[in-house]
Design a protein around this ligand. Structure first.
Ligand code: PRX
Length: 660
């Protein structure tokens, strides 16, 4: 609770400057309230207006929201459109073909500009290549690629022909990649020979080969490889193809395939509290509308802006605010291959200066690690760079602590730039609760108020509203166009997980705890209420890590909890019982390292436990349930105040309290 309390005690308020209000699309709180009132008054009319203004429809919709199969809602269902046409062709047709779409900066600093006309040609060639390889509308294509122009081309090409993509983050292991390819029923995989990050090459194609060899992927008839480094790769004739060779042979025109608004644009896997990661299924029309609309509202995007979102295309932020939102509005955006600390921790600031970035969107984890680095070395401090181009700053993925907020505001934004602390999720498609830069007075650590049309609320365990000032469960009361449509292949998991009967069956359960300020009604996110951890803004299910640990032949039992961490927000702490006797000293250190590597192999390096502790047993209740609250206290190094009289062997608390 300490972090929450510190936010609640936050009294500093930063009102937008008169200039920011005057310049903004949503100009002042009255304009914000008018939009909210419009949505309240005529919910469907409000969304229909935005959908008509923001997107180009191949066939206009006549229906807006259909709630008859709730919670399987549909939006704009009889309308048809193409996401790639909306992202590319219409800007070229409007005479903006020479506008730069992507300013791609490679790990080594090499910059490549791609105009809208170029991007359309590249996407069309690759779309034709996919078709030539037999990929059809409705097929699923898995994309396992580095941050690259080609990654965006692959996503857009799928959208162009009506194939549904599923991007798997390049940091996931072969096993994670295999599970996702199997679950989604992929027919093709697009990958790269290697990925370059921080001066190091990582062998993506090798990992992909391993994943394909694990079985269950017989439907994958084509593996298409982007040659990034020229590193050595194994080759399966007939199945494997170079992306450039396939594309070269193609025409640079490819008619976009119109799809129904509800056609699945993509499936993106994310962690939940139970079971394997779930495939979050998004629509085409509703999703694209919100990716574009939020860029205009939250980032007050204008054609003169240079937008930079530092996320990876493997996460939802990279889908909505790299691959789709910026292209749909016709923005110029920076795309970065590398990491914030290479060649030094001034990389972000240097890139903002170089590309004259105006809108900058990153994660609290990155900010916190760069604070540390710049305290140690003035050369990489943002003050050593010209950041005067910046207009608006954003954060996403986890709560930002007020100290980091103030540092970001003062040192990066020069006390001029509003910070939009955007709360949303893989499932929500786009921003949900966030300040508007030309309207909302900012309070560090609070994501402030819901966007117009988003009916966010806080309820108790029975679904009843709680008064402001009282913490509770964050829900959304009405469906919105960009919401998750289904958990791929598991409709019952969608229904029970997101619309639980306990809350009445109609409220969307976000899985976060939250509280609204007594006076302002501002929301503050208190973190997950389920067994999901947030490490560096990445979602990890504790159960997934536990399953990975117990899959190791040496491990009898494991429990995983989160512990607050200064840099990564939360850190993974694993309590492990081995089949053999409890290891000590050097042996324990070695085993812990082996298990860490094991988890890296099973899931990916992001899931590696920071701290592993060995015990002879785990603390359990009489009914055999692991006492997680106790483990959380042990992980934090807190004194145990809970009743432990039911513990069979209280001595294990001393064992599990010891860090290696
Ligand atoms: O706990 C919330 C946290 O991240 C979760 C969603 O994770 P994911 O689906 O991976 O999407 C991350 C990028 C949108 C949420 O349930 N979260 C996200 N944004 C914020 C946040 N917590 C606090 N403040 C935020 N701005």
């Amino acid at each position: 609770m300490s972090a929450i309390e510190s936010v609640l005690h936050e009294r500093r308020v930063f009102a937008p400057s008169a200039q920011a209000v005057a310049d903004a699309t949503v100009s002042g709180m009255d304009a914000y309230k008018a939009l909210c009132a419009e949505a309240e008054r005529d919910y469907e009319g409000f969304w229909a207006r935005l959908a008509r203004e923001t997107l180009a429809w191949h066939k206009p919709f006549t229906k807006v929201l259909d709630e008859s199969k709730a919670p399987f809602y549909t939006w704009f269902e009889d309308g048809e459109l193409n996401a790639s046409y909306n992202s590319l062709d219409r800007h070229v047709e409007a005479g903006n073909g020479e506008r730069v779409a992507l300013v791609f900066e490679a790990d080594d600093g090499t910059v490549t500009n791609v105009t809208y006309r170029d991007l359309l040609a590249r996407v069309s060639r690759f779309a034709n290549a996919l078709k030539q390889r037999g990929v059809k509308k409705g097929d699923r294509v898995v994309i396992y690629m580095p941050m690259s122009i080609e990654g965006i081309v692959a996503m857009q090409a799928c959208a162009r022909i009506g194939a549904t993509h599923s991007v798997v983050f390049g940091g996931f292991s072969s096993k994670s990649l295999n599970e996702r390819m199997v679950d989604v029923g992929a027919v093709a995989l697009v990958t790269a020979d290697e990925q370059m990050r921080g001066g190091k090459a990582l062998p993506l194609k090798n990992i992909a080969d391993e994943a394909l060899a694990m079985g269950g992927c017989d439907a994958v008839h084509s593996v298409i490889v982007y040659r990034r480094t020229g590193g050595k790769v194994a080759w399966t004739e007939g199945r494997d193809h170079w992306m450039h060779e396939l594309s070269q042979a193609q025409s640079e025109t490819c008619a976009p395939e119109p799809v129904g608004a509800e056609h699945p644009l993509f499936i993106l896997y994310t962690s939940g509290s139970t079971g394997k990661p779930k495939g979050v299924q998004h629509s085409t029309g509703g999703y694209l509308l919100w990716a574009a609309q939020t860029l205009k509202w939250t980032f007050d995007w204008k054609p003169t802006d240079v937008f930079w979102c530092t996320a990876d295309i493997g996460w939802i932020t990279g889908h909505s605010y790299i691959a789709y939102g910026p292209l749909t509005v016709g923005a110029t955006q920076v795309v970065f291959e590398g990491v914030p600390t290479y060649p030094n921790a001034g990389r972000f600031w240097q890139m903002i200066e170089k590309h004259k970035v105006t809108l900058f969107y990153t994660a609290p984890t990155a900010i916190r690690s760069l604070i540390k680095a710049s305290e140690a070395d003035a050369k990489v401090h943002p003050k050593s760079y010209d950041l005067s181009s910046l207009r608006i700053l954003g954060t996403v993925g986890e709560p930002i602590n007020p100290e980091a907020w103030i540092w970001y505001y003062e040192n990066v934004g020069g006390k001029r730039c509003p910070i939009v602390d955007t709360w949303w999720q893989t499932e929500t498609g786009g921003h949900m609760i966030t300040p508007l830069p030309g309207a909302t007075p900012l309070v560090p650590g609070s994501c402030t108020l819901p966007l117009p049309g988003i009916m966010a609320a806080i309820v108790d365990e029975t679904g009843q509203d709680v008064p402001n000032g009282q913490g509770g469960i964050l829900v959304v009361k009405r469906p919105w166009p960009a919401m998750i449509r289904n958990v791929w292949g598991q409709p019952e998991r969608y229904q029970s997980g997101y619309f639980p009967a306990e809350l009445g069956g109609t409220l969307y359960l976000a899985g976060d705890g939250s509280v609204r300020d007594k006076d302002s009604g501002y929301f503050t996110i208190m973190g997950r209420i389920d067994d999901v951890l947030n490490v560096s803004g990445h979602r990890l299910g504790t159960m997934e890590i536990e399953s990975a640990l117990v899959a190791n032949p040496l491990v009898a039992e494991a429990a995983v909890v989160g512990r607050p961490d200064d840099t990564t927000g939360e850190a993974v702490v694993a309590f492990v019982v081995l089949k053999a006797t409890r290891p000590q000293g050097d042996e324990a250190v070695k085993l812990a390292n082996d298990l860490r590597a094991w988890v890296g192999k099973e899931i990916g390096p992001i899931a590696k436990p920071k701290d592993i502790r060995f015990g002879e047993n785990l603390p359990k209740t009489r009914s055999g349930k692991i006492m997680r609250r106790l483990l959380r206290s042990l992980a934090k190094g807190e004194a145990i105040t809970q009743d432990v009289s039911t513990l069979e062997n209280p001595a294990i608390l001393d064992q599990l309290g010891e860090s290696l």
